[in-house]
Design a protein around this ligand. Structure first.
Ligand code: MFK
Length: 571
């Protein structure tokens, strides 16, 4: 044997059919869907699993360095602002139309469960899509928003395009909200809407627009003469090009050079008199765009669990192959512990995201109870903020599970972490969404709806260890409720400071409750102990970020630590 033959090479991880291999998804669908519906949709899910684990994954690896390109001028000096996207994105656009990645939700072939079908497809597609799910999320959000406002002319014009299954007819939509004033405090929007000869025209700069290739967009602008803040804004519909293919008063200044989502042509735009139409009156734009936010946040949560699942699939496959210190990683107790902890986080995130999906489907079918309306209002931001953080943690751990290979670009693995990192930023950061949860709680009965949901889930456990874990979930939620009531009455600033830990505690307790319910079901119907084990492992990972002394936070100490200012201490 030559020295070269004896050399050691690691073997890369491989993927199988991403539907067949996904125990968590399949078990969830078995519990949630009527048998005839599952039989009906399974071939499409299996096909998506094949595409996602096969050709799309291969193309994603081959096409790694191919990023979107902006060409602003042609050879003769004309401003053209042409954006070219990667081959995978072009294939993804065709696939999205043909496989109904928007249409499935609006055709509603399976009533209130259509969203489960729709988001199961999306979840399978997402990790191999190079975040083509971004324009799809906004397309879905735009369709939902136009329908919510019942603007007949716009619905008739745009909806058949947004929900088309014909790649040649299908449009995607942008959601242009973020300006130089920031993405969180949308009320600061500077874009102005001016009525000229009966036509609304928009003037301003949009600082983050994902993705610049869309045929239409929903955006916010302040009609001249309106007051400040979100109330003074109006929601506008615009098409990016006219019938001759010329831009509608839009200049693309540059594409963003981002940490991740590198294939998404996120652009800075100037609107120079863009023709637009109001969607829902001439004020209250922030409220008017809220349906869109709730849909894109749900996509965000589903994207987060799709990414976590991919990180685990690759890490697990690699652990079967990689031998070190005389054994496969899969046989090393500490490595197994690490993977088990990641799996439990993913299981919890999966069930929370799909609970939001179920309720969204019910909302669209008109079958939500008043309590479920309240529940959905806070479930969406909580699912978004919690799963975003879980996705970053799981992706980071997955890279580590590959050692140095996880840190090397041409393995394709670093993308997992880069693309995860955006999930807790766009569509509302963790802190902004935590405050959104507080505002929503202060307006309605969402907290009691949350408690009731958790109580019902916990009551379904019978296996003694699951019953004990259910007790912990309930006690944690009771403590969180006491924290909210006390803090709200005593110290609004204290409540704000605790908002993230409060929202996370609500979210993690609900993830546990959902895991326990599914764990019991899987014991009863599949004789499978893995979901129950995931629930118990999840509890060990920790669900309570408030603790007994939640109200003991000292605001002066936090301020001194945050700003590094002097702090007299003791006495
Ligand atoms: C794979 C995944 C793909 C995902 C793709 C996404 C691509 C992304 C491109 C972007 O990132 S776009 C930028 C995203 N930006 C945001 O998400 C905005 C973040 N900021 C917030 O969400 C703030 O909370 C908010 C702008 C809403 C605060 O503004 P205001 O002006 O202080 O609004 P306020 O007073 O909280 O709410 C105004 C009204 O809207 C209120 O109703 P009323 O007027 O009746 O009181 C609120 O109840 C209502 N509202 C606000 N948020 C709502 C909502 N209603 C229902 N649901 C909500 N989420």
């Amino acid at each position: 044997m030559t020295a070269l033959q004896a050399a050691f090479f690691q073997s890369p991880p491989t993927l199988g059919n991403q539907y067949d291999d996904d125990r968590v998804l399949r078990s969830y669908l078995l519990r949630t869907l009527p048998a005839d519906m599952l039989r009906d949709i399974e071939p499409a899910l299996r096909e998506m699993g094949e595409l996602s684990g096969g050709p799309f994954h291969d193309l994603q690896l081959r096409d790694r360095l191919n990023e979107p390109r902006l060409t602003q001028w042609d050879a003769w000096g004309h401003r053209i602002d042409r954006v070219e996207v990667s081959p995978l994105w072009q294939a993804a656009a065709r696939l999205a139309a043909e496989k109904g990645l928007i249409a499935t939700a609006y055709e509603r072939a399976h009533g209130e469960l259509s969203r489960v079908h729709h988001f199961a497809l999306t979840y399978l597609f997402e990790p191999s899509s190079d975040v083509y799910t971004c324009p799809l999320a906004m397309t879905d959000g735009a369709a939902k928003t136009l329908l919510a406002h019942g603007n007949r002319a716009l619905v008739d014009r745009a909806l058949p395009r947004l929900t088309s299954r014909d790649p040649a007819r299908m449009w995607t939509s942008g959601q242009w909200m973020t300006e130089r004033t920031g993405g969180s405090d949308v009320g600061l929007t500077e874009t102005v809407a001016r009525l000229e000869d009966g036509q609304w025209r928009l003037f301003g700069t949009k600082w983050f627009t994902s993705a610049a290739t869309s045929e239409m967009a929903l955006t916010l602008a302040r009609p001249e003469g309106n007051g400040p803040g979100g109330r003074g804004l109006a929601l506008f519909y615009l098409e990016t090009r006219d019938d001759a293919g010329r831009y509608n008063g839009i200049a693309i200044n540059r594409l963003k050079d981002k940490l991740g989502t590198r294939k998404v042509p996120t652009a800075e735009l100037t609107l120079t008199g863009t023709r637009a139409q109001p969607v829902a009156g001439l004020s209250d734009g922030v409220r008017a765009i809220a349906p869109m936010l709730n849909v894109t946040r749900t996509w965000n949560a589903v994207g987060a669990v799709g990414g976590m699942r991919r990180a685990l699939a690759l890490s697990r496959d690699y652990a079967q192959r990689r031998v070190a210190f005389g054994a496969r990683l899969a046989d090393k107790p500490l490595h197994r512990e690490t993977l088990a902890g990641m799996q439990a986080e993913y299981d919890g995130a999966f069930h929370l995201a799909f609970r939001a999906v179920e309720l969204l489907g019910q909302e669209e079918a008109g079958t939500l109870s008043p309590g479920e309306v309240e529940l959905l209002r806070i479930l969406v931001p909580i699912a978004k903020l919690l799963t975003g953080k879980q996705a970053v943690a799981v992706a980071s751990e997955a890279l580590e599970a590959f050692g140095g290979a996880g840190y090397v670009e041409d393995t394709g693995l670093p993308r997992l972490l880069r693309d995860a990192q955006v999930l807790s930023i766009w569509e509302g950061t963790t802190n902004v969404l935590s405050l959104d949860v507080l505002r929503a709680l202060s307006k309605g009965a969402a907290l009691s709806a949350w408690q009731e949901e958790a109580a019902q889930l916990c009551a379904l456990t019978r296996e003694p260890r699951l019953v004990a874990a259910a007790r912990v979930a309930r006690e944690t939620l009771d403590r969180a409720e006491r924290f909210a009531l006390l803090a709200m009455s005593r110290e609004p600033q204290g409540m704000e400071a605790g908002a993230r830990r409060f929202a996370m505690t609500l979210g993690r307790s609900m993830e546990l409750a959902l895991l326990l319910r599914h764990g019991q079901w899987a014991l009863d119907h599949q004789q499978d102990g893995r979901p129950a084990a995931a629930a118990l492992r999840f509890l060990r990972n920790g669900i309570d970020l408030l603790g007994e002394d939640a109200l003991a936070d000292d605001l002066a100490e936090s301020a001194a630590l945050a700003n590094d200012t002097e702090l007299p201490f003791g006495g």
